[in-house]
Structure formats: structure tokens, C-alpha cells
Design a protein around this ligand. Structure first.
Ligand code: BGC
Length: 925
């Protein structure tokens, strides 16, 4: 048994011929060999995390994946057991939860239902499963999770603030706080729980605690402030210990938002930290922030999210985080009385250093600057290696692009300085990285460097939220592969604890519209479940009293720029659309449950603003932001009215809310919102649609919204789609902005205009997705024409070269081109629809995605007139495969005629397509 290879997934190879070419027959799938099914459980997760430390979900959800030698394996039941120690777990004693055998085919998000979980307690767990034929797995390997501090009263430490003289109007030198303590006894385990106002970095006995960056993260601080939990057992020693914490201004009190705003959340940096030490024998001791701490400043003279860092290494205080350091000259601290009932454990991933890049060249610009080219527009910072006389200052400036002349270009950074200054201390080799700032850049200008700058001197440190990559996507077209690369880098650059619009200018805010537009693409590329679970709670926390949703979350703009509270169509609708996208992608009902109130409040706000005629008119909206030619007299038709957009999104959010209500069993709400939806739709048609299927100003965005959101009566859909297709063909390009772009190709392919969708995708003249690629882009641009063909730039006041919004076309590439689609009736890829739509001259498209059940893939190739599709479906999921332009008789699977059995339950002709059900012994059909 041990020698048998366990494949994670079922492989089916389907071969069909295109049009009239007769197909060859092949069939070469893994077979179950008629032997016993082997089930092995892997990828045990708790709340999406592997063995998490410090969570606060009271009913954490457990997930696992099945590996098997058989094809088409489905789980029929599971059994979970949970204990406080591994020994109890394995002996089945003192279990805090013994689920017994639960009949269920669910292996994702199975909620813990045992006795109440306790603060700081670690829990060990295992699972076993049965397949549909009654074959059982062994107990899985042991996994664990540990609870954080669940109650405000668990915090025995006090908030403290450094008692330093500071000017609140300016950037401050970063405070350093320290304290020594004694450990008397043998330590069995030690945990540190830490949060701050501002950002923090902790050292214990000279060693950095953890590898997380930008802690405690960015949330709606007054209502929700994250703390982190660290295992510090190995850092604590018996005898004298010292702990040292550096605080950065960060989002809390640094410059954030426009116009030089600072101190948005408060003027003072503060720290709350407690270490719980458990000695052998069970004695416990808590060391925390209290009146005994001392404060000073040191080498970090300035560190700001936007502006960079000024660091004078001569001011370092060697040994300050070790015991025995003389802190007699240090100032004291003030004990503060900030609340603790807003403290929460992080639901999302931590920000970390993820990868390193070396410059592809170092060169002199025409203006004479020494510049390193990282070869990639990236987000993070530079690790500098330098040797020179103490007191020498090296200045690093950062830029995304070079101008037409090849000179360093920073005008598009607006007020953000993105400047790092390092002053040397020693004469020896010095290595330095900044602390509480990040830069968006491809180019680094280096001034004051002693000696020659070489690629050795500079390393690009790429940082972002540590999301697992869940996809691969590749085609026969190099430019499209580069587009996918740029989409991924847009995500890397802008998922830094919150989803931001851009990572370089004085903005970097959680713009709701951008996140909405990109969320589904993002969820395909990486595991963003925890990331959005966290951010959506801030959406709800920052929602205005009247239900309106801010333009940015966390909301540091208040009611700017309009003077009214948020409420822009397509931006504020993120409160509904993103939870729905997370539900679809991960099958996560809890996110719907927890966001439901917020979703409904937003729809009620829309209803109130729209009033009795269900047309939402007159309010402020961003509209189809940055659409092609909005200002051009020669394309007046490219402007879509804001009333139309607002009413369309009102309908769409109502529709999704109605569906969410159904999922959650809220029947009255589901009915109520279905009725509301019908009214909005008929109002929309009355107001914006002619009897001949013309929608609004007949723009691409108007058609895209009306068709994507199913706002038109059946009788008008085909004709409206035809009008859209004509419009696309006539122009030969897209005219859409942030709002219409994500839907354009979807609507075209859905209504049979695949060629037009591919035309848009493959176009490489402005405006198009590939135009920036022709210009050498390595990320997605904010504007279709950030840099013009003649090398000049768009308006410097708004011209980011790393804005993920237009990367939303990824969603079409994965779901339609490659054809890996979700069935809304069985979300989270429980039922996978494989339905590629080849075209556009592509000969090969390959996609894979790590679903909650394991890897699914769809890879097609056109070779010698044959269409070959390789499909991979994970165990415990099923699939329906749709082969376009196929004749049943010509379809083969792994070299044999299609036949039922070994995972295939049926195959049938449906018009010009062949439908193959890939599934799974033991179920009802
Ligand atoms: C941001 C956008 C955002 C917009 C609002 C801009 O400054 O960068 O991406 O959505 O404002 O329209």
C-alpha cells in the first residue's frame, strides 16, 4: 500500500476535433487499477491558516484535502477530534471535541463545535474521512491552532507612551522603548502579545521577534486594532532578559491621505505588550508594558510610509535590546488609558519580505545620475551594502519610470518623497534596510555613494501580505503571458495589509472601487480569503451611520473629496460585491453571514438615495473612472452617464444581496430584495433602454453593465449585445474605464462575440491591455496611456504605473479563455465547470488553480487540427466539462471512446458542444 502512488487529483484527457476534421481517439488516464482506494489527508487548515498562532474565531473552521489513488473520490463522512495535548488526542482522552462520524461531503470550512475555546490555549486536532464506498482514511497527521487573547481582561499590561518631546506637526524620530526583566526557573513556553499605535518592531535579547512587517497592520484603529502573537520560548533565557521595541509613525500618526494630513488616528505613538511565561510545573508569569519602561530616540530620525527614511547609523545604541545596557539617561514613559476592547487577532496574512531582486543594470542617466534598474516595477525597499567613512550620507531616491530623455522621473509621485538617506557609522562594511516605509519603484537613484555602485550594492526587497500563490496561467502568446505577469505584480505591489490603489504616490489608500474591480482576479491568483475577510470588517466598521460606504477603507478621508459621506457607485458596492466574490471562490458562507448586515445597509442606502422611481440620480459618483476619451470631443459617446452606472450597480448589489439572503436561508429578505430588484430593472429599462435595445449613451460600458447584470428583458439582450459588438468592431478598441472594463470581454463572449473579445485582448495599440506591454510595462498602469507612444507622460497629478484595476481582465482569461469556472450552486469549486473558449489565434492556454479541494486545471492545445484538453479535478470535487464545437462520436478520452465509468458519469451532445460529467462513484446518478 505504501508504495502505491497517490495522485492528488483525477486526470482526464479529452481529445476532440475541431469542426469537420475527424478526431483521433486516445485514452490514457490514471486508473484505479481495481485496487482498494487509498485516502490520505493533507493540507490541514484552520481559518485558512496552517497551524495558526493567536486566532480569535470562537468556532474556527477546519479544512483538509484528500489525496487518493482512485479517480472520482468523494467524501461521505468525516470525524474530527480535538484535545489540549497531543497525547490526549492520540489516546482519545479528555477530548474538547469529538465530532463523531458526521455524514458530509464537505472538507472545507467545517466548524469546530466543541466546548468553549480558551484564551492562549493550544488545541491539537486530527481528522479522518470515509469515501462514498465506505473506505476509510487513517487519522490525519496532527495539526494545531492556538487561541489569542479573547477578552479585554486578558490584557494585564498597560498601554504606555514614550515621554519624549515631539512636534506633532512633523515626522518624529522613532521612539525606542525598553525594559529588563528576570526569569527565575525553567521556561516551558513563552508567548508575546503585541500591538501599538503606530508601527512596531520588537527585539528580545538582541534578536528580532518574528518576521512580520508593518505590524500591527492597518485597520479602522479606533474600532479594530490588531495584535500579534509570537512564540518567544526560544528567545527567553533564565536570568536577566531585555526587551526593546521601536515605534514608527505609520498610518496611525504619519502622513496619510492628501494635503499633508498627519495624526489621523492620534498624536502619540503607544505600545501595549505582554509576555506570558509558563514555567515547567505550570507556574505562570506576565511581563508587560508598565511604568518601568524607558524611552529614547536613536538612529531612525524619520520614517514615513510615503516619504522614506532618514537613518543615521552613528546614533545607534548598540546592545539596547540586551540586558545590562545602561539606560540611565533615557526618559520615562506615560501610562495611558487607551481601550483594550477593540483588540482583535489578525484574520489575514502578515506582511513579510517575500522575494529579492538584483538590479539588471546600473547606469548613468543623461542628467548624470547614477541609477540602478531593478528590471521590475516593485514594492518594498532597497537593502544597501556600503563601505566608507563614518558620517558619509548615501541618498536613495525611487522612481517607477524614466522620462523620454532617459532621466529619472518622480513628478508622478506627487508629494511622496520616496527618499531614503543612510549615514554611515564605521568604515567597515555596513548593510542597511529601512523600517517603517515602503517604496514603489523600478529605478533607484544613488547619490553620495562612496566608491562605485554595483549590482552588489543594491538588493530590491519585495514585501507584501504573505498570500499563497494559487494559480498558474500560461498561453502561446508571449505578450499575454507578460500581461499575466503584470497582473500578478500589480497584486504583489498593492496587497500590503489593505488593498491599495497604488503603492508609490502620496495616496496608497484602500480605495474601495479598485478593490471591487480586481477582487475576483485577485482571488484566483492568490489566497486572499483572510486578507479580504479582515478588510471587509473594516468596510463594515467604517460604514457611515446612514449605510453609505467610504471611498477608502480604512477611511482616512472622512467625507473628502465631496463633503458627502462616500457612496460612489461601483466603489461603495464593494461592500456587497467582494463578500459575494469571496463566497464564490472559497465557498465561505461565514463571510456572507458576517458581512450581511453591512451589505444590506449599503443596499438600503442606495434605495433611499434612489427614491420612489428607483433611478439613482444626481449624487456624486466617480463614474467610469479614467475611461478612454472621456475628455475627447471626437468620442463623445464614450462617456457613460453616472445615473446609469449608479442605477445599474444599485440593481447589481440588490441582486447579490438577494442571492446572499437565499444562501443564508433568510427567505423574507430574499423575497423582499428580489421584488426590489425587479422594480429597479424595470425602472432602468424605462429610463435608459430603448425598444430597439439601445442602452443609455450606447457606450461599451452602458451595454456591458446592462448585460452583465441581466438588467434587460430577454427579448432585448441579443440585440443589445449585437450593438455592443458592432461598437467594438467599429472602434476597433475598448472605450471603458474602471467600471466597464472588468465586464466587457465577459459580456462579449457570453453573447457569442468571442472574436470581438479576443480582438480587444490581443490589440496592442493604445488603448488596450497590451499597449503598456509594448512600452515595456512590468505592472498594470492606472491609465490606458500613462506613457504616450512618443514617450511623454499623462497628467503627472494622477499617473501611477502600478494600479491593479485594469488587471481585472485576468478574470476573463482564467474563466473564459482557459475555462476554469465556478458553479454558483456549488461554490468554492465544489462543482467545477471546465468550459474553455478557444480563439484569438491562441494555440495553447493552460491554467491551474489551488481550490479548497486541491489543484484543478484546464489546459488546452490545438495541434494538427485537434483540440486537446487536459483536465485535472481534485478529489471531493466534481466537474462538468464542456467541449466547444465537438461531435460526441469524435471525442475520446485518453485514447478511448468516451464511456461511463472511472470517474466519467455521462457524456452528451448539446448543440455544438459535448458535455462530459466528471464524477464520482457512489453518488445518486
Ligand atoms: C485613485 C483611484 C481611485 C480614485 C477615485 C484615485 O486617486 O488612485 O484608483 O479609485 O482616486 O476615483
Amino acid at each position: 500500500m505504501a508504495s502505491r502512488k497517490l495522485s492528488h487529483s483525477v486526470i482526464a484527457l479529452l481529445v476532440i476535433c475541431l469542426s469537420s476534421v475527424p478526431s483521433a481517439g486516445r485514452f490514457a488516464a490514471a486508473s484505479s487499477e481495481g485496487a482498494d482506494t487509498v485516502l490520505k489527508l493533507t493540507a490541514l487548515r484552520v481559518e485558512y491558516k496552517e497551524n495558526p498562532l493567536g486566532i480569535d474565531a470562537r468556532e474556527p473552521r477546519l479544512s483538509w484535502q484528500i489525496q487518493t489513488n482512485g479517480r472520482g473520490v468523494m467524501q461521505s463522512a468525516y470525524h474530527v477530534r480535538v484535545a489540549r495535548s497531543e497525547r490526549d488526542l492520540h489516546e482519545g482522552r479528555n477530548l474538547v471535541w469529538d465530532s463523531g462520524r458526521i455524514s458530509s461531503d464537505e472538507s472545507a470550512h467545517c466548524p469546530y463545535k466543541g466546548s468553549p475555546l480558551q484564551s492562549g490555549q493550544r488545541y491539537y486536532w486530527q481528522v479522518r474521512v470515509w469515501d462514498a464506498n465506505g473506505a476509510a482514511s487513517e487519522w490525519s497527521d496532527t495539526a494545531h491552532w492556538e487561541m489569542g487573547l479573547l477578552n479585554a481582561a486578558d490584557w494585564q499590561a498597560s498601554w504606555i507612551e514614550p515621554d519624549l518631546s515631539e512636534d506633532p506637526k512633523k515626522s518624529n524620530a522613532a521612539p525606542m522603548l525598553r525594559r529588563e526583566f528576570q526569569i527565575n526557573g525553567v521556561v516551558e513556553r513563552a508567548r508575546a502579545y503585541v500591538t501599538s499605535h503606530g508601527l512596531y518592531e520588537v527585539h528580545l535579547n538582541g534578536q528580532r521577534v518574528g518576521d512580520q512587517l508593518f505590524t500591527p497592520g492597518w485597520t479602522s484603529y479606533k474600532k479594530r486594532l490588531q495584535y500579534q502573537t509570537y512564540d518567544v520560548t526560544n528567545l527567553i533565557k533564565s536570568g536577566a532578559n531585555a526587551i526593546g521595541v521601536t515605534l514608527g509613525d505609520g498610518w496611525y500618526r504619519g502622513f496619510i491621505g492628501f494635503g499633508g494630513q498627519r495624526n489621523f488616528y492620534g498624536e502619540h505613538a503607544a505600545l501595549l505588550l505582554q509576555i506570558k511565561v509558563t514555567y515547567k510545573g505550570g507556574r505562570e508569569e506576565i511581563i508587560g508594558t508598565d511604568a518601568k519602561w524607558k524611552a529614547a530616540t536613536g538612529p531612525i530620525l524619520m520614517s514615513e510610509i510615503y516619504h522614506g527614511e532618514t537613518y543615521d547609523a552613528r546614533l545607534e545604541k548598540p546592545g539596547w535590546t540586551n540586558a545590562g545596557f545602561a539606560d540611565g539617561q533615557w526618559s520615562g514613559i506615560r501610562v495611558a488609558s487607551y481601550p483594550k476592547d477593540n483588540l482583535i487577532a489578525p484574520a489575514g496574512p502578515a506582511v513579510r519580505r517575500i522575494e529579492e531582486l538584483k538590479p539588471i543594470k546600473v547606469f548613468k542617466t543623461p542628467a548624470g545620475e547614477t541609477v540602478a534598474d531593478m528590471g521590475q516595477n516593485m514594492v518594498g525597499w532597497v537593502r544597501l551594502k556600503v563601505q566608507g567613512a563614518a558620517g558619509t550620507t548615501v541618498t536613495l531616491r525611487h522612481a517607477e519610470v524614466l522620462d523620454k530623455a532617459g532621466d529619472f522621473y518622480t513628478a508622478n509621485l506627487r508629494a511622496a518623497k520616496e527618499t531614503v538617506q543612510y549615514t554611515l557609522k564605521s568604515g567597515g562594511l555596513e548593510t542597511y534596510e529601512p523600517h517603517f516605509t515602503f517604496q514603489g519603484f523600478r529605478y533607484v537613484s544613488v547619490a553620495g555613494y562612496p566608491g562605485e555602485v554595483t549590482p552588489e550594492s543594491i538588493t530590491g526587497i519585495v514585501i507584501h501580505s504573505d498570500m499563497t500563490r494559487t494559480s498558474e496561467f500560461e498561453t502561446s502568446s508571449q505578450p499575454i503571458n507578460q500581461l499575466q505577469h503584470n497582473i500578478i505584480w500589480g497584486q504583489k505591489g498593492n496587497f500590503l495589509d489593505v488593498p491599495t490603489d497604488c503603492p508609490q504616490r502620496d495616496e496608497r489608500l484602500g480605495w474601495t472601487g479598485d478593490a471591487q474591480v480586481f477582487s475576483r482576479t485577485a482571488a484566483f491568483n492568490m489566497d486572499v480569503a483572510g486578507f479580504f475577510t479582515k478588510w471587509l470588517k473594516d468596510v463594515a466598521a467604517d460604514q457611515f451611520e446612514n449605510g453609505s460606504v467610504p471611498h477608502v477603507v480604512p477611511n482616512v478621508l472622512g467625507t473628502r473629496p465631496t463633503g458627502q459621506p462616500g457612496g460612489s457607485a461601483a466603489w461603495a458596492d464593494s461592500a456587497v460585491i467582494i463578500p459575494w466574490n469571496m463566497y464564490l471562490t472559497y465557498g465561505d458562507k461565514r463571510v456572507l453571514e458576517e458581512q450581511y448586515d453591512s451589505m444590506a445597509r449599503w443596499v438600503e442606502y442606495e434605495r433611499a438615495r434612489a427614491g420612489d422611481d428607483y433611478i439613482w440620480s444626481g449624487d456624486f459618483h466617480f463614474g467610469d473612472w479614467l475611461a478612454f476619451a472621456t475628455n475627447r470631443a471626437d468620442y463623445p459617446g464614450a462617456t457613460t452617464s453616472k445615473d446609469l452606472i449608479a442605477t445599474a450597480f444599485f440593481a447589481h448589489s440588490t441582486d447579490l444581496l438577494q442571492r446572499a439572503a437565499q444562501v443564508l436561508g433568510k427567505r423574507n429578505d430574499a423575497e423582499r430584495y428580489a421584488e426590489l430588484l425587479a422594480k429597479i430593472k424595470s425602472a432602468f429599462c424605462r429610463e435608459f433602454v430603448t425598444e430597439t435595445g439601445r442602452v443609455g449613451e450606447a457606450t461599451q460600458t452602458a451595454y456591458a453593465l446592462a448585460l452583465q447584470f441581466d438588467l434587460l428583458p430577454e427579448s432585448l439582450r441579443a440585440v443589445a449585445a449585437k450593438r455592443l459588438a458592432n461598437e467594438v468592431r467599429t472602434r476597433g478598441h475598448l472605450t471603458t474605464g474602471f467600471v466597464g472594463t472588468p465586464y466587457l470581454c465577459h459580456v462579449l463572449s457570453r453573447y457569442g462575440y468571442l472574436d470581438e473579445a479576443y480582438l480587444l485582448l490581443n490589440r496592442d495599440q493604445y488603448p488596450s491591455w497590451l499597449y503598456p506591454i509594448k512600452q515595456g510595462a512590468t505592472t498594470i498602469w492606472e491609465r490606458w496611456d500613462g506613457q504616450k507612444p512618443d514617450g511623454t507622460f499623462q497628467d503627472k497629478s494622477m499617473n501611477s504605473f502600478n494600479h491593479y484595476a485594469y488587471g481585472a481582465v485576468g478574470d476573463w482569461m482564467y474563466r473564459v479563455m482557459a475555462g476554469l469556472e465556478i458553479d454558483e450552486a456549488a461554490p468554492g469549486y465544489k462543482h467545477i465547470l471546465v468550459q474553455p473558449q478557444p480563439g484569438g489565434g491562441f494555440t495553447r492556454v493552460k491554467v491551474s488553480h489551488q481550490t479548497p479541494y486541491g489543484k484543478a486545471s484546464s489546459a488546452w492545445e490545438i495541434k494538427d487540427g485537434e483540440f486537446v484538453l487536459a483536465v485535472e479535478i481534485p478529489p471531493n470535487a466534481r466537474a462538468t466539462v464542456r467541449l466547444p464545437k465537438a461531435q460526441l462520436a469524435n471525442v475520446t478520452e485518453s485514447n478511448q471512446a468516451l464511456s461511463n465509468g472511472n470517474g466519467i458519469t455521462s457524456a452528451r451532445q448539446e448543440g455544438y458542444a459535448v458535455i462530459v460529467e466528471v464524477r464520482i462513484h457512489g453518488t445518486s446518478n
